[in-house]
Design a protein around this ligand. Structure first.
Ligand SMILES: [Zn+2]
Length: 166
């Protein structure tokens, strides 16, 4: 790792899906369905974020603190963000896809009703969101995350192995 902190983002109201997926990959992304353009621009500047948008006009107003996405398709949009900022690693699950709060690891013993018994028995790693209380674990959705990351062009899932350049 070169110690570079990844950019923090704010997504416009049309890009909820992209925001959730970037959070799943561990990036800090603010998103609200009800943000006005004015709110978005204000927060972009005051919080030092990069505005993700498909709106040319909004992009122009926020430039250079913005990225104009060309595609309407999620994986291509993820690819555009990855390429524009040279993102080379990701580290899920670190953020709640619902509320962007950093997840905390939680012991199996401390979980009861939130997780189905079969999952408690099968998996080892559980995470809780201190923001909204939702519990996450490496279940069957995990493969979906990995393959989506791969299709979007993320070089590697394991941040420790990104040093192996070819
Ligand atoms: Zn949450």
């Amino acid at each position: 790792m070169d110690g570079k902190t990844p950019p923090r983002f704010i997504a416009d109201a049309m890009l909820g899906k992209l925001a959730r997926w970037l959070r799943i990959f561990g990036f800090d992304v603010e998103y609200s369905k009800r943000s006005s353009d004015e709110d978005l621009l204000k927060r972009t500047l005051s919080e030092g974020r990069i505005l993700l948008t498909r709106d040319r006009d909004l992009h122009r107003k926020a430039f250079p603190h913005s990225l104009l996405l060309a595609s309407m398709e999620l994986e291509e949009q993820l690819g555009e963000v990855i390429e524009a900022f040279g993102l080379s690693s990701y580290d899920p699950p670190t953020r709640c896809p619902i509320c962007n709060t950093i997840l905390k690891e939680v012991k199996r013993e401390d979980l009861t009703s939130q997780v189905p018994k079969s999952s408690l028995e099968r998996y080892d790693d559980f995470y809780i969101c201190p923001g909204c209380g939702k519990v996450y674990w490496h279940g069957s959705h995990w493969e979906r995350i990995v393959s989506r990351a791969r299709r979007a062009g993320f070089p590697n899932l394991d941040p420790d192995s990104t040093d192996n350049e070819e």
